[in-house]
Design a protein. Sequence first.
Length: 103
Amino acid sequence: MSPQTIEMHFAEIMRLSEELDHLAQSLKLLAEQEMMQMIRENRACWVSKCADILGEKEGKISGSLCAEAERLLKTATEMKDRAQKMYLSEMMNIRLAATRIYR
């Protein structure tokens, strides 16, 4: 692979990991703040056993979304780390190949 191709692939994976990171943060914000706000508003308008059951289920869904957002953030970080390691490795391989002496 040429250095230009490696650079392009590295830039693309870094862009994708940043996008994933941004989307995961947005999901977490929605689950933590906006969904919980809707749950509170719903509870204020509807008082019954069914409302309590619904509130519990909504809380579990919100918690699941937060957990998924955390996993996505971890995945984005891992993508960045691996991309950097692969980039450095590939560039080192190119340098070694250029200076290698065959006998």
